[in-house]
Design a binder for this molecule. Structure first.
Ligand code: ZN
Length: 192
């Protein structure tokens, strides 16, 4: 897609939506559980970012003319680390990014500790790659069935049950909101 033409539209008209099948996202296929079906895919949406949300970024990066938001959600089969069986994991990803007109412009932008990623635009912009990158960031660190899923059993051992309880406790107590976790990961990132 021509992302420069996209940002020339009125902000309210800067909306593009679609669906990527898993087969279109090679790095996601690599994450898929072995032997699991190739089904699944992701709805995505590219839009002008909410100016109220990007105000702080715009103050730090006055050179940037366009901030965009990309979101994606869908399901992929992952291998459960507890029982080693495939299970369907729902992923929700999203970010706001600053659109740079060229590599040079991107390099000249300040690196913000808490700010928008910088993405270099092009007339032949690879949206699938961008969506895929966000989905990879949204992947769980330790993929597993939800606690209590009857599918998720190893041949009856009490030790396993105790382990499951501990896992669950850790999630209930300290699991950050997915987008908060994403933001935390992205703080370490500068530009791409
Ligand atoms: Zn499992």
């Amino acid at each position: 897609m021509d992302i420069f033409a996209f940002v020339q539209k009125k902000p309210a008209e800067q909306v593009l939506e679609g669906h990527f099948a898993l087969a279109e996202l090679p790095r996601m296929i690599a994450e898929k559980a072995p032997g699991a079906p190739d089904e699944g895919g992701f709805q995505w949406r590219l839009s002008a970012a909410d100016p109220a949300e990007t105000k702080p970024y715009a103050a730090e990066m006055p050179e940037v003319k366009h901030f965009l938001e990309v979101r994606a959600e869908g399901e992929v089969w992952l291998e459960c680390q507890r029982c080693l069986k495939p299970y369907k994991q729902r992923l929700e990803a999203g970010t706001v990014f600053a659109l740079a007109a060229s590599e040079e412009e991107a390099d000249a932008l300040p690196i913000l500790e808490e700010g928008a990623d910088v993405v270099v635009g092009s007339k032949d912009f690879d949206l699938a790659e961008l969506v895929e990158e966000e989905l990879l960031l949204a992947m769980p660190g330790a993929p597993k069935h939800e606690f209590g899923d009857s599918e998720c059993v190893r041949s009856g051992s009490r030790k396993v049950h105790r382990q499951q309880k501990q896992d669950n406790g850790a999630e209930a107590g300290g699991k950050p909101h997915p987008f908060a976790a994403l933001a935390a990961i992205k703080q370490g990132k500068t530009s791409k």
